[in-house]
Design a protein around this ligand. Structure first.
Ligand SMILES: [Zn+2]
Length: 547
């Protein structure tokens, strides 16, 4: 997901949400949605076949979802999530109608009749229909976007992170469990095209004024990444020679934008080159890479990345970092595609750890800038983002209740990663850690602590207090210091107990070297002729205060 339109309004939206969250007591619906309930835990999702018919005329949808799973241990009640005003009509297993009882606002418990032996593979189908929630502020507050493009034709799309995929299709609406593959069949009027995730297998004319697009995703996919995009699309095909061979590139835009897209989307290959360098091969060669124009800003839908940045550089023509570097590239192409690695390849198990997605992807913008414009440009970009960090609440949210953390997860998450890179103090090792994360957590869902542990182990650095400080607290450490008679005295304040982050400072003219402050005063020799020349290396996201 992109950082919001004007960070101010975004932050207001989020802070409103956050202040509530801080003071909010979570509801039964939050727990049903956000936790691995007993009715979810006993079965392992393996496959979905979602079939949906979209009726632009009355903004209704109807369809079914075939759900295949493996039994981990015997259970007889299975939870499926679907949000009103959509309605679950029927559930069947092996031709037997099953009773589905609504739990709270958004969940159904389906009572199974058949025995579910451990290790057995089972399948169940549910049918549903209704008028789905219309998006109020896509992609941040999603649902179905029912728009009309400037040639007067329907321009329809889905977005649903946070709100949940169950806003438009019945599924196991928790991030921890993904299908190993998924089929998506979308029926639309004959004069429109549907573009969804993965590869198009066939188009079937139904002889009733509609046709059906059968898409197939050959890889695990997070449910908020599943999407439909419907319009009179024009298509551009291309290829990229990447680390895993030839990668197909497909772009779907409104016909009136074809020439602009041909120009602007040349940045896709630049992005793939830079990100394969930093993160390893694009994670979905089997499904290809796509950019699909939609009536909202953009979103990281796997192998169907959506685009609404009006074919211009920056973030709708502006640079969020204020340094000018953000105007050198298209924010949506770079940011949303960065999510193919951090969000779609490595996915949070709980939305409370959404920094795994947004912190790394915000950081990927700086790495893209560094790749093409040099290391200093990357550093300037990341420093520029500090202006939009609020530090009013922690980046990590509340687990088990579908509650994400502070929007600082973007710029502060990125600055945390850049700070850790300085502590690692070995750029090749740092790159191998970023590539290693994508190799060793390939197509997995993970907790934030697993990522923290991985970086700690592979860097060989003590980082626990660093992660605790920047992820679970909202104050920024202050390095308090004095310089007297050639001695630098220093300690950390405004931080958690035991905070012990090493930091690079100038102890002699033009030379940065590590000191190892703690919350207790320490001292080191300082050969600076002028105290004002003392500084902390700029890539560390800390504050320095001379007493
Ligand atoms: Zn994002």
């Amino acid at each position: 997901m992109t950082a919001a339109k004007t960070l101010v309004c975004f932050t207001l939206f989020f802070f409103a949400h956050l202040t509530n969250a801080q003071s909010l007591t979570f509801t039964k619906d939050d727990t049903l949605r956000g936790s691995i309930t007993p009715q979810r835990a006993w079965w392992d999702l393996t496959f979905y076949h979602l079939k949906v018919k979209v009726n632009p005329a009355d903004k209704s949808i109807s369809g079914s979802n075939e759900i295949q799973y493996t039994v981990l241990y015997p259970g007889n009640v299975l939870q499926i999530d679907l949000q009103p005003p959509l309605h679950l009509e029927r559930a069947e297993q092996d031709g037997q109608i099953l009773e589905a009882t609504q739990q709270g606002r958004n969940a159904y418990f389906i009572a199974l009749k058949k025995e579910q032996p451990k290790g057995s593979r089972q399948s169940l189908t549910v049918w549903y229909s209704g008028i789905p929630q219309a998006a109020r502020n896509a992609p941040w507050d999603g649902g179905f976007s029912w728009e009309v493009e400037d040639a007067g034709q329907p321009f329809i799309a889905t977005s649903c992170q946070g709100l949940g995929a169950s806003v438009w299709w019945p599924c196991k609406d928790h991030a921890y469990d993904e299908p190993d593959s998924q089929a998506i069949s979308v029926t639309v009027p004959n004069d429109l095209t549907d573009v969804s995730n993965g590869r198009l297998r066939r188009v079937t004319n139904n002889g009733d004024g509609t046709h059906t697009f059968d898409w197939f995703v050959a890889n695990p996919i997070n449910n908020y990444g599943v999407n439909v995009n419907i319009a009179r699309y024009a298509h551009i095909a291309d290829t990229f020679q990447g680390e895993k061979g030839l990668l197909s590139l497909d772009y779907y835009v409104l016909p009136q934008n074809l020439e602009k897209a041909k120009l602007q989307f040349q940045q896709v290959k630049l992005m793939l080159t830079a990100f394969e360098h930093w993160f390893g091969p694009y994670p979905f060669y089997e499904d290809g890479y796509k950019l699909v124009q939609v009536p909202y800003l953009g979103m990281e839908h796997q192998s169907s990345v959506t685009y609404g940045n009006r074919f211009m550089n920056g973030y709708l023509g502006r640079d969020l970092s204020g340094t000018g570097w953000g105007m050198k590239w298209d924010y949506i192409i770079v940011h949303e595609s960065g999510h193919e690695w951090f969000a779609n390849n490595i996915t949070y198990r709980d939305i409370a750890d959404m920094w795994i997605h947004e912190g790394f992807t915000n950081y990927s913008e700086a790495l893209y800038t560094e790749y093409y414009f040099g290391k200093q440009a990357g550093t300037d970009y990341i420093k520029g983002l500090r202006g939009i960090i609020r530090n009013t609440s922690p980046i990590v949210g509340t687990h088990g209740v579908n509650s994400e953390g502070s929007p600082d997860m973007y710029p502060k998450g990125a600055n945390l990663l850049h700070t850790i890179r300085q502590i690692v103090d070995d750029d090749e090792k740092w790159r191998s850690i970023l590539r290693g994360l994508n190799r060793d957590f390939y197509h997995q869902t993970v907790y934030g602590t697993q990522v923290e542990d991985y970086i700690t182990q592979h860097s060989g650095k003590k980082l626990q207090k660093v992660f605790d400080q920047y992820l679970r607290n909202s104050s920024i450490p202050i390095l308090e210091y004095t310089i007297k008679k050639g001695r630098l005295k220093y300690h950390w304040v405004n931080c958690i107990d035991g905070f012990d982050m090493p930091v690079k400072v100038t102890l002699s003219p033009g030379k940065n070297e590590f000191i190892y402050p703690t919350t207790k005063w320490k001292s080191s020799r300082c050969k600076l002729p002028n105290k004002d020349d003392f500084q902390v290396e700029e890539s560390f996201y800390v504050v320095a205060r001379r007493l």
